[in-house]
Design a protein around this ligand. Structure first.
Ligand code: NAD
Length: 314
């Protein structure tokens, strides 16, 4: 199939492109390279530099796009609270005009990067897709808005769409890995502290969890990418659905530090500070729907994620 990947040069985008190429698909990748970094992508990817806001100039119906995997967007939760207009503009504006633009692309099949942030502070664990979303951040609201838009386009125009709500994505896939600027994710930050012999700042060790630190649901980026490829085969005309991508397993910050010390053979220096506002104690989600609907099964462990991220850094 001819697959259009937006945000192709990003962390998840590069792995999705690599997996699509391996599966024999033809991939058109677009990205505005907002990070300023050179893209690292398989040579087979037809890469087009530009913004999703000008997608009509980058893609035409001659490209015969069979499916869209839409990952482009801004991802910093804290920044979204300080500069909300930037997030509404980038994360939703393409979609407001998407009916017209996708008519030009000639493709009404879309797999969308939604997020755990749609759920906000959960009322129960594990989180299920039927739980009422109430985002705590502008970032989460922009993603939830696109979920709603896609549902309305499926109803009104017969689009086929899936919103995949990722939990904490980690690890690397060979030469494709995390290069966020700034980095806010715990595994690359803690590996950076190991590499530079600096202290890792831990925000809060007094949560109501078994070891007092936050518990999150970490998912290997290669497992995540595989779910996107399966999702392309499960798009159904006139339907939009929401699917959690998670392992259903919780790992605490101390579990991560243990895995890091095992993988690197080095001791992590931890600087414990007060809790940050807005960090729920536990975020773990059911993946029963992804397994049932997509026939997907995550394969990798937390230690695999840390090992692959460490190799990527080396
Ligand atoms: N990393 C995670 O743990 C996680 C969790 C949940 C959801 N997500 C979602 O997954 C998607 C990818 O995340 P990521 O971690 O790979 O982030 P990333 O920042 O590495 O990748 C996003 C890419 O989108 C590009 N982009 C931004 N605005 C653009 C625009 N206007 N036009 C074209 N390209 C643009 C950026 O240049 C970047 O390469 C995002 O939509 C994010 O919200 C990520």
């Amino acid at each position: 199939m001819n697959i259009l990947v937006t945000g192709a040069a990003g962390y998840i985008g590069s792995v999705v492109c690599a997996k699509l190429v391996e599966a024999g698909h033809h991939v058109i990748g677009i990205d505005n390279l907002g990070s300023g970094l050179d893209p690292i992508l398989p040579p087979e990817v037809d890469f087009r530099h530009g913004s999703i806001e000008n997608i009509g100039k980058l893609i035409s119906d001659k490209d015969n796009v069979d499916g869209v995997i839409h990952l482009a967007g801004l991802i910093q939760v804290g920044e979204s609270m300080k500069q909300p207009e930037k997030y509404w503009q980038t994360n939703t504006s393409w979609h407001i005009g998407i009916a017209d633009r996708n008519a030009k692309i000639g493709c009404h099949k879309i797999v969308f990067s939604s997020t755990a942030a749609c759920y906000g502070t959960p009322e129960r664990t594990p989180i299920e897709e039927s739980d009422i979303p109430h985002p705590d951040s502008v970032y989460g609201w922009t993603k939830l808005a696109v979920d709603q838009m896609l549902a309305s386009y499926a109803d009104a125009y017969g689009w086929a769409a899936l919103s995949l709500r990722y939990f904490n994505v980690a690890g690397a896939y060979g030469r494709y890995g995390e290069r966020h600027q700034p980095e806010t994710h715990i595994i690359p930050l803690a590996l950076e502290a190991i590499a530079h012999h600096t202290a890792f700042t831990l925000f809060g060790n007094d949560y109501a969890t078994p070891d007092g630190t936050n518990v999150r649901d970490y998912l290997h980026v290669a497992d995540l990418a595989d779910a996107h490829i399966l999702a392309l085969d499960h798009l159904k005309t006139g339907q939009h659905d929401i699917v959690n991508l998670s392992t259903g397993l919780g790992s605490s910050n101390y579990d991560i530090f243990k895995a890091i010390e095992t993988v690197t053979g080095q001791k992590l220096d931890i600087d414990i500070q007060a809790r940050r506002a807005g960090d729920p104690a536990i975020l773990v989600a059911s993946n029963a729907k992804a397994k049932q609907l997509l026939g997907w099964q995550p394969k990798y462990t937390l230690e695999d994620m840390v090992r692959d991220a460490w190799k990527f850094k080396a």
